[in-house]
Design a protein around this ligand. Structure first.
Ligand code: 13P
Length: 246
């Protein structure tokens, strides 16, 4: 059986000291994560230190929370995928980037292309706002967000379904709701790509995941793992989630 993906999006919760502290605790308790495939997304400014601290823990993957469309040149403040020695993953299209930083589907599309063409695994986030849900537009929104996917074969892609109304709210959709959306996403992928490719695209759920709801969420068969925000930025609560998988 594949291990469950636990992708920890630390957002802007941790600084260098608290990130290092987290890794120290994790290193001395690594057996708790034996059934999890852990991907850590520290702040850009902390990635190098986190990588150093992880040293021999090759099993733990590292990702960027976002990146620039460009990889080199006169782009003040931009963060390049090439700026770090080794990156396994990069998140694109997180709703906080879409809504707080006005990233359009076009920008997300360009970022996705940059990430994939540079040999990095992309986690593309999709999800509807409360208003879009209440208006019955969930599938239309997801469809538009997925319309940026390249039409030819794709590799190194993961899709994270993160309903905006669930992020940081403690409000988690029912399993049936998540299953319906993930089935919709899967069918959309099947309409674009071969079964062989679709098989390799992992599907994550994100939005208020914690130790108390992880077991019932795991009953959704289409879920390969989770993209976790606040509960991933505190070692004890992240470990409590991983412990549920053991
Ligand atoms: P929370 O787990 O804090 O709801 O955040 C989810 C998220 O946005 C992960 O990318």
């Amino acid at each position: 059986m594949n291990r469950t993906i636990l992708a920890a999006n630390w957002k802007m919760y941790l600084n260098e000291d608290t990130s290092i502290d987290f890794i120290k605790k994790m290193s001395s308790d690594i057996e708790s994560f034996s059934n999890s495939e852990v991907i850590l997304f520290p702040s850009h400014t902390c990635i190098s230190q986190v990588q150093k601290e992880l040293k021999n823990l090759n099993d733990i993957k590292i990702g960027m929370q976002d990146c620039d469309i460009h990889t080199k040149g006169a782009y003040t403040g931009g963060v390049s995928l090439h700026g770090l020695s080794h990156i396994d993953f990069c998140i694109v299209g997180h709703s906080e980037r879409r809504l707080l930083y006005n990233e359009s589907d076009e920008v997300v599309k360009n970022k996705l292309e940059t990430v994939i063409s540079n040999g990095v695994n992309a986690i593309l986030c999709v999800g509807e706002t409360k208003e879009q849900k209440n208006d019955g537009n969930t599938f239309t929104v997801i469809d538009a967000q997925l319309s940026i996917l390249p039409k030819d074969a794709i590799s190194r892609l993961t899709i994270a379904y993160e309903p905006v109304w669930s992020i940081g709210s403690g409000e988690v959709p029912s399993n049936k709701y998540i299953e319906d959306v993930l089935s919709y996403i899967k069918n959309k992928l099947k309409s674009l790509y071969s079964d062989e490719i679709v098989e390799k695209i992992n599907l994550l759920y994100g939005g208020s995941v914690d130790k108390d709801n992880i077991n019932r969420l795991l009953e959704v068969k289409l879920i390969d793992g989770f993209l976790i925000g606040s509960a991933s930025a505190d070692f004890e609560s992240f470990k409590a989630i991983a412990d549920k998988l053991n």
